[in-house]
Design a protein around this ligand. Sequence first.
Ligand SMILES: C[S@@+](CC[C@H](N)C(=O)[O-])C[C@H]1O[C@@H](n2cnc3c(N)ncnc32)[C@H](O)[C@@H]1O
Length: 264
Amino acid sequence: MTALLRFDGERACEADIEAHTPEMREQRRHLRRQLAVSPGDRVLDVGCGPGYLISELVDPVGPDGEVCGIDISASMLDLARKRCATAGARVSLTAGRCEEIPFPEGTFDAAVSSQVYEYVADIERALAELYRVLRPGGRAVVLDTDWDSLVWHSADRSRMRRILELWEDHVADPRLPRRLGPLLQEAGFIEESLTTLTFLNRRCHRDTYSYWQVGFIEAFLADHPGADPHETTAWSRELRELDAAGRYFFSLGRYAFTVVKPDE
Ligand SMILES: C[S@@+](CC[C@H](N)C(=O)[O-])C[C@H]1O[C@@H](n2cnc3c(N)ncnc32)[C@H](O)[C@@H]1O
């Protein structure tokens, strides 16, 4: 079985740069809007990655609030610690798995998890943990990608299909959002809203989300036993050529569930 994509070392640094793209900035704006934290709130970011969202939540929770992050990647936590260094005790960053969140029951007023649960095999357990650490009446926002929503132009559609089929192995469930509503409900949450974001790129350069995806896919397929390195090279070369010719097209859908834990 192919290992899932891990966010260590070089991959963590690339995710850190990708976080600057307009699509990722808009995604964080959307998450902050949905999360709607108040001054004094204690907030958890599950799978916080390089800590951008955490650093952006420090001001909204104010001097009496706290923003905590957990992640399984030491490289990501290092990046997040550097990013949030000036926030002092208002930010805490802890190594931890979302299947076993290292905080007591009812600790948080709000929680967010963006692009994490699609990597998690035991999603039921992860959602039960999210539910446990929220206080009654607390809100959570969960965002993931449905990789079937991807439209990526290529003159060689069968090659594109083969590459993307292999890329699906980088996550535990490439189509998680279509199951997430019922799963959140079974965990005990009440759904407030389901919103979508579309990442749309007509160019492929460092300031676009899909430019970094090309790199992630190349790196993942380099270690994938089913991938043909020549095909991967030809695939990424075509994308650069399409960009140079003004014929590049990439569109990807993300889904954000806003849920609450019922009051007791
Ligand atoms: C695609 S990144 C998303 C990072 C950040 N949430 C964002 O939206 O930019 C996925 C993150 O989830 C973390 N992760 C993956 N599986 C995890 C798990 N079981 N528990 C906690 N974190 C996990 C990875 O280390 C990585 O930092």
